[in-house]
Design a protein around this ligand. Structure first.
Ligand SMILES: Nc1ncnc2c1ncn2[C@@H]1O[C@H](COP(=O)(O)OP(=O)(O)OP(=O)(O)O)[C@@H](O)[C@H]1O
Ligand SMILES: [Mg+2]
Length: 443
């Protein structure tokens, strides 16, 4: 995808993780990690890649838009906008989605092992989501024993429950204590012991039911199942910034649902049951989800590792290394650094000098490159002639890094069509336009 012009030579730089991986063989993993101070154009740059890739038949999947930045883009691409939030839209975390139908198709074509794998993956993702919800709720991870109990409970529901189960059904199974769960609880045949062991778990599940901390966002039937044949954005922007926990789990739930759909599509294509589709998954504002609770990094880790095997392009965006370093646990910090290390491409915008030691420990940066990035984070100058602020010097400027090779400095100039896609910019101009109209309107 034409990404911008080389700052020194003026040559066109074409860059997107999928083409660099698939066609140009320049990187070992079709993923890109964007770092840069707020407002310098990371989202706009990723949108350019996404629109370009869409033109080449790749579906962009924006798994969690907190602003919303991507709605207009997805609408213009004829895609699906899925709202999530209290009274706006729900996503049932126990919904296996299309996995059972896909497994049935695989089985009838004689691919039993693949069918089992699809079901096992769906099972893993659902369990993961329930564990994440509990983690955010409690601010600590469920115990290994609780995880086993939940895993068995989901299996039990799949075998005995009619239709798609919901969290209240899960609660009921835990309360009903079928033998499979009692065995996992190691209650030694004593009911009171089982109740003591599952008391915390029961309390957590009650809190996840409608009326609890997350309202009915995850405990009601999915309002809009995600499609796998077009661009998709999960719009979580209606969840207020102050409700960080709900935001984080909504992001996670959309990542989880998105990866499940991709995995199913890829498995069906592997066995020639469907045409091969390519996806470009966008995880913007990554730090918001990571900081919501211990262990959330693990969940993202799980999802991003899946990305390599399912062969989708991935873009992750965050502000600074400090965001990742400020996670409370060392283990989580290390894993978050791993997201950058494993990315085929790292694209840096303007960054404070204090970032450089840490950043260059992961991405080798020469002194000149560090100066460049540091200069791009300077504040905009005031243009006294025009009587207005000039744009920030680093807006649209990026350094494209692959491993230890010298970075490619790129200037990305937005086209008029791209500027009109940007929702937050549109909001500001709409507002000032309204202001002017009101001023000019005769009383
Ligand atoms: N290359 C560019 N040229 C001119 N304006 C740009 C460019 N890139 C972005 N902008 C404008 O700058 C503003 C911020 O852009 P954008 O949201 O892409 O930044 P961001 O880095 O994603 O910010 P944040 O970190 O806050 O998410 C928008 O109004 C956008 O239209
Ligand atoms: Mg952004």
């Amino acid at each position: 995808m034409p990404f911008g012009r080389h700052i020194q030579t003026g040559a066109t730089v074409c860059c997107d993780p999928i083409s660099w991986y698939q066609r140009a063989n320049l990187i070992g993993n079709p993923s890109v990690f964007f770092l840069g101070r707020p407002g310098l154009g990371k989202t706009s740059a990723v949108m350019r890649m996404a629109v370009g890739l869409a033109g080449m038949g790749v579906s962009p999947l924006v798994l969690g838009d907190t602003r919303p930045d991507y709605i207009r883009m997805v609408e213009q691409l004829g895609g699906q906008v899925i709202p999530l939030g209290r009274h706006r839209g729900s996503l049932n975390v126990l919904d296996p989605g299309e996995a059972p139908q896909a497994a049935a198709r695989l089985r009838s074509a004689g691919y039993d092992q693949a069918a089992d794998e699809v079901l096992a993956d769906a099972q893993g993702l659902r369990l993961n989501m329930v564990l994440s919800l509990i983690t955010v709720l409690r601010k600590s991870e469920p115990t290994a024993r609780e995880s086993t109990i939940l895993s068995r409970a989901i299996d039990w529901l799949d075998e005995h429950h009619d239709g798609v189960p919901l969290i209240p059904d899960l609660l009921q199974v835990v309360r009903a204590a079928p033998p499979e769960l009692r065995e996992a609880a190691l209650d030694r045949g004593t009911t009171s012991k089982y109740q003591a062991i599952t008391e915390e778990l029961e309390a957590s599940l009650v809190a996840l039911c409608p009326g609890g901390k997350f309202g009915d966002v995850f405990a009601r039937p999915t309002t809009q199942p995600m499609r796998r044949d077009r661009a998709v954005v999960y719009d979580v922007s209606a969840i207020p910034q102050s409700d960080a926990d709900l935001r984080a789990v909504a992001l996670l739930a959309s990542w989880s649902a998105g990866f499940a759909v991709v995995k199913t599509a890829q498995t069906l294509a592997d066995f020639d049951l469907e045409a091969r589709r390519h996806y470009f998954v966008i995880l913007d504002e990554l730090h918001q989800a990571l900081k919501a609770g211990p262990g959330l990094v693990d969940r993202v880790d799980y999802l991003t590792r899946l990305n390599r095997t399912v062969g989708v392009g991935l873009a992750m965006i965050t502000h600074t290394m400090k965001d990742l370093r400020s996670l409370p646990y060392e283990e989580d910090r290390q894993k978050a650094m791993g997201f950058i290390e494993r990315s085929g491409l790292v694209v840096c915008g303007g960054l404070p000098f204090s970032e450089m030691p840490l950043l260059s420990s992961i991405v080798s940066l020469s002194g000149a490159e560090q100066d460049l990035l540091g200069g791009w984070q300077d504040p905009p100058a005031w243009d006294s002639k025009e009587g207005q602020q000039a744009p920030p010097p680093g807006r649209g400027k990026f350094l494209v890094k692959v491993g230890g090779r010298p970075g490619i400095p790129v200037d990305l100039v937005l086209t008029a069509a791209e500027r009109s896609l940007h929702m937050s910019a549109a909001r500001w101009t709409d507002q000032s336009r309204t202001g002017r109209i009101e001023e000019g309107t005769p009383a």
